[in-house]
Design a protein around this ligand. Structure first.
Ligand code: F6R
Length: 689
């Protein structure tokens, strides 16, 4: 939903301008997560008279005098709109306040946030960092939802706090100040540590969150903690030492580590990879404290009075910087569409061996899955569509009934799930709230829960019993493209692995495995339709609406193709089951409404031919997608526009067929002048119900 980022340089001189640029760049990388407003907090000059964001009617004088001698109220900048509007406003504000951008800091802690509004409209007031009040004693950036914020807010108001924003987040820094003031009043100066304040705050919070704290009382320190939402620590040692595999110290034995370094917190790896490959995926209930060049980790436990310190090793990131850059492309969506031959290769790497499929994350559970009474696919949006594309093949190879559930609908109905069920959760981000809630529901009902996700370390990956990573690489365009095709391929491989014990389908399985090996090449071929799809987009630029008819394996293609067009080109489009055409949608058909019919060669081909004839008879404006060489049989006498695509095995055809639809959606968006990578009102990972 939102993106949070922090940068701390230790024992290495960094100018204020450099620090600002690192923070802005971190936000640019995370902008796809939310882009209606943003903000940062950096240090002011010591004892600077400048304080901004003061609470109404409060000059902050008293609080300022309570700050430590070596601290000054941090500066907070917040702005509505995309990151670039924050960048412009920060530079003009620092200019107006005559802040020296060349000033160098040997240690400095900065935090940043990009928002997708849930509580309160996009505005500077509702943007993060949210503050404890005048003097910004405690500042917080937050990704997630605090479900008990109303109760906390009432309590804090009773204790004299005034609130400025409509956010759920504002209770967090105010609670931190409350905890800090109380401890200091009871026990005197220097008695309470930053991590004690934060763990006490955590104890009070309910919901899902990733948080980063900065405080004027603990200058040059940062604390990050999480419960639910993903949070990454990146470590860049600037000395020669290799720190991969190094264990962090116990917080109580915190020794000074003087080595120069840069440390980062981020909602995801995309904002870290250009700085370092050494990272740690912070786990739920961990409190990560950076102080004096050391990183210490406490594990928070509700049952226990005191959190325990833990040691964690850094991992090495397997991601190249190129993945987060557009390269020669104009947009990330365009780049991600064109990189599908590569992403599919990565998805299958090491998994196809000697006419069989090896899925390490699933192998110990295959027997249980084969004995399930039912397999249920659960997901939202594009992930649901990918599962729908894989469903017929899984049914065919496993012989087990496969049902489909949109996560939100399953929860609304509290649909029955049993111990004998296998529930397969499909989510690119692994953080979609509806999917995660459905997962908790299925776990509670005793089903075997399998995850299919693109995000290593995500909540979905951690909470399911087993699963498969799709390994599609970082997807930055909000509209999912390469993750969709990789999800289908992973689920096709799952079907092959589940059905591997059946002699009767061996030849079929071998044919599909050969088809999988060939798929990246076929995807490269279909990508050559780019120019043709641009021409088609030109002809559709002014239309109000688009229908897409598919059936069988390509019912999913119709739904997903229509979803792509509506979400980026902002054009009404609907994907429909062709078998349902006569039961209502036919009434819409006239000479103006464009209709795409997916009629590639499979068991449903003749039925689709008859759909085309019926649409013709009603003078429909038809565009038919067919297999290469089939143009005359689907469209006699050249009476409609035809898109010819390479033919592959029926169950893999949805991977090929979606690509012209992705290209069409992309070109329509560019031609209509809309934002391709950050479509209106959407964010990549939807962490609210
Ligand atoms: C559309 C799109 C969404 C997501 C949906 C679920 O292009 O990407 O429909 O598929 O919001 O997200 P994940 O897959 O992260 O659970």
């Amino acid at each position: 939903m939102c993106g949070i980022f922090a940068f701390l340089n230790y024992n290495v001189a960094r100018e204020r301008r450099y620090i600002l640029e690192v923070l802005f760049n971190g936000l640019r990388r995370l902008e796809y997560r939310g882009y209606d407003s943003s903000g940062i907090a950096i240090d002011a000059d010591l004892r600077s008279p400048v304080t901004i964001d003061k609470g109404e009617g409060n000059d902050g004088g008293e609080e300022a005098s309570r700050l430590p001698y070596n601290s000054a109220p941090p500066l907070v900048f917040r702005q509505e709109g995309k990151i670039e509007s924050l960048v412009r406003s920060v530079y003009s504000e620092v200019d107006a306040m005559d802040l020296n951008l060349e000033k160098s800091f040997s240690v400095h802690a900065g935090i940043a946030h990009t928002r997708w509004a849930t509580h309160g409209v996009p505005s500077p007031r509702n943007s993060h960092p949210q503050s404890s009040g005048a003097c910004n004693e405690f500042l917080v950036v937050h990704n997630g939802i605090i479900t008990n914020y109303e109760v906390l807010k009432e309590t804090l108001i009773r204790h004299g706090f005034t609130f400025e924003s409509e956010t759920d987040t504002e209770v967090i820094p105010k609670l931190a100040k409350f905890v800090f003031d109380k401890a200091r009043d009871e026990e005197g100066e220097q008695t309470v540590t930053f991590s004690q304040v934060v763990t006490e705050v955590m104890r009070q919070l309910e919901g899902a969150y990733a948080l980063i704290f900065k405080s004027a009382h603990y200058p040059n320190e940062l604390i990050a903690c999480k419960r639910g939402s993903t949070l990454i620590l990146g470590v860049k040692e600037l000395s020669d030492d290799k720190n991969s595999g190094k264990l962090f110290h116990d917080v109580k034995a915190l020794t000074k580590d003087e080595k120069p370094k840069e440390l980062f917190f981020s909602s995801d790896l995309c904002a870290i990879v250009e700085h370092t490959k050494n990272y740690l995926a912070i786990e739920d209930n961990e409190v990560v404290h950076i102080k004096d060049g050391c990183v210490s980790i406490l594990k928070f436990d509700y049952g226990r009075e005191k959190p325990a310190s833990v040691q964690r090793a850094l991992s090495v990131l397997e991601m190249e910087v190129e993945q987060i850059k557009k390269g020669n492309y104009d947009h990330f969506m365009q780049k991600e569409i064109h990189e599908q031959p590569h992403s599919l290769t990565t998805t299958m790497r090491g998994r196809l061996k000697d006419n069989s499929v090896v899925l390490g994350g699933l192998k110990d559970h295959l027997k249980t899955i084969r004995h399930s009474r039912r397999i249920i696919f659960i997901g939202c949006g594009t992930s649901y569509n990918a599962a729908l594309a894989a469903r017929p093949f899984l049914e065919e190879l496993s012989g087990i009934p496969v049902t489909m559930e949109l996560a939100s609908d399953l929860l609304d109905r509290q649909g029955p799930i049993y111990r004998e069920d296998t529930a397969v959760f499909v989510s690119q981000s692994g953080e979609t709230a509806d999917t995660l809630l459905a997962l908790e529901y299925a776990l509670g009902n005793g089903a075997l829960c399998v995850g299919v996700t693109n995000t290593v370390g995500s909540t979905l990956a951690r909470r399911t019993h087993c699963g498969v990573h799709i390994n599609a690489g970082c997807e930055i365009g909000v509209a999912s493209t390469k993750a969709y095709t990789s999800q289908i391929v992973v689920m096709a491989m799952m079907a092959l692995a589940i059905g591997a014990d059946k002699i009767s389908t061996q030849a079929r399985r071998e044919a599909i495995i050969n088809g999988l090996s060939d798929l990246p090449k076929k995807v490269s071929e279909v990508l050559k339709l780019d120019g043709e799809m641009r021409d088609l987009a030109k002809s559709l630029i002014d239309t109000q609406s688009l229908l897409v008819f598919g059936r069988g394996y390509n019912y999913a293609t119709a739904l997903e193709g229509a979803l792509k067009v509506k979400e980026v080109a902002l054009m009404h489009s609907e994907g429909m089951l062709a078998g349902e055409m006569k039961h209502g949608p036919l009434a819409l058909v006239d000479e103006t409404l464009p209709i795409i019919v997916i009629a590639t060669h499979d068991a449903c081909f003749s039925k689709q031919q008859s759909v085309i004839q019926q649409l013709h008879a009603r003078k429909g404006r038809l565009i038919v997608m067919c297999s290469e060489g089939d143009a005359t049989s689907v469209c006699p006498m050249g009476s409609c526009r035809v898109i010819e695509v390479p033919q592959v095995a029926d169950c893999l055809q949805p991977v090929i067929n979606i690509i012209p639809m992705q290209l069409l959606a992309y070109h329509l968006t560019v031609l209509r002048g809309y934002d391709v990578d950050q479509p209106r009102n959407l964010a990549k990972s939807v962490t609210t119900e």
